[in-house]
Design a protein around this ligand. Structure first.
Ligand code: ZN
Ligand code: ZN
Ligand code: ZN
Length: 331
């Protein structure tokens, strides 16, 4: 497999004929459970809560899309660009228990998982080859869930993924005009209008975005400005507890409407090793603002109306937020 760049959209794609071999599946037991006999390639582990030996841990993905060894060897091919699929691909085990998800685990367990995420991003950003660290969770068959056990995944890549690149460019353009962060401006308008705010908890806000890509799309953001999730999470004691509670409550609300969802964390790119040619690195700390996006998967019918180029979302955010606010959830 290799990475190729589309010269028109400037997006990198991973392509090639050698399909990655499927993860070796153990039929009898889950490889990620605390009592599993499988020996994972452990990367990092968080201390246990309530007497367990660990609470969350990162392991190398059993069939990684990106490989950690070597240099990306970026090179031209006529007008095109290509490079080797160098990177990191890890499974982030959210909990030692098979039935404890981000919506029903204890607040202390979710906090440890979020701290693990922050530590992994910070650690991988020390590697100058990596421009971006992505964190995502696919829950449900239609979402492309890979493992039964509650897990998220991490990839560290030698390029910035397309959606983040769009956000970085838009953030920079808005900042150039107004000298303000567009995300901060969104938060203050949403709080003032109070039509799409789902919940405010500590320093965090959950809201349904003005122009959703799918029904019940929800974002969680810090109310105070910071471009980097890992810096925010590791510097502010207790902040990850509040975020964990808000995440748990938000997922509980969403799950009253849709069981399956995608979740993605957007943080700043690796500014320790900025790109020379791309201008957006200079103001990133001022014009980018980390956030979590949750995209519920509603139904096959809604999906069939979704065009690839223009998102079609048949529930307005103002309606979605009312249904989500009224959902019966645990405290
Ligand atoms: Zn398990
Ligand atoms: Zn901001
Ligand atoms: Zn985003």
């Amino acid at each position: 497999m290799e990475l190729r760049k589309d010269p028109i959209t400037r997006s990198w794609v991973i392509t090639g004929d050698d399909v990655p071999e499927p993860a070796p599946r153990s039929e009898t037991a889950c490889r990620f459970c605390a009592d599993s006999t499988a020996v994972p390639q452990l990367v990092s582990t968080m201390p246990g809560v309530d007497g367990g030996s660990w609470s969350a841990r990162a392991v190398v993905h059993p069939s990684p899309v990106y490989r950690i060894e070597g240099e990306p060897s970026r090179r031209g091919d006529g007008i095109y660009d290509r490079m080797r699929s160098v990177g990191a691909h890890e499974v982030l085990i959210e909990n030692p228990r098979h039935d404890r998800h981000l919506w029903n685990a204890s607040d202390a367990e979710i906090e440890q998982f979020l701290l693990l995420v922050a530590h992994r991003i910070q650690d991988l950003k020390r590697d100058g080859r990596f421009k971006y660290v992505s964190i995502f969770k696919n829950h449900g068959t239609s979402a492309g869930q890979e493992f039964e056990h509650p897990t998220a995944q991490l990839t560290a890549t030698t390029f910035v993924p397309r959606r983040v690149l769009y956000e970085l460019r838009a953030g920079r353009d808005y900042f150039k005009q107004k000298e303000r962060c567009v995300f901060c401006d969104i938060i203050s308008q949403e709080l003032q209008q109070d039509q799409r705010v789902l919940e405010v908890r500590g320093d965090f806000i959950a809201l349904c975005p003005y122009a959703p890509r799918v029904p019940y799309e929800t974002w969680i953001m810090p109310r105070s400005h910071d471009a980097a999730f890992e810096r925010f999470g590791l510097a502010r004691a207790g902040s990850m507890r509040d975020l964990g509670v808000l995440l748990r409550r938000t997922l509980q609300r969403i799950r009253t409407i849709a069981e399956e969802f995608h979740l993605v964390l957007h943080t700043s790119p690796n500014t320790l090793h900025p790109s020379e040619s791309l201008g957006y690195w200079k103001t990133i700390d001022e014009d980018y603002h980390w956030h979590i996006e949750i995209l519920p998967i509603i139904s096959a019918k809604a999906k069939s109306y979704t065009f690839k180029e223009v998102y079609y979302s048949p529930v307005a955010s103002e309606t979605a937020v009312v249904r989500l606010r009224e959902a019966k959830i645990e405290p």
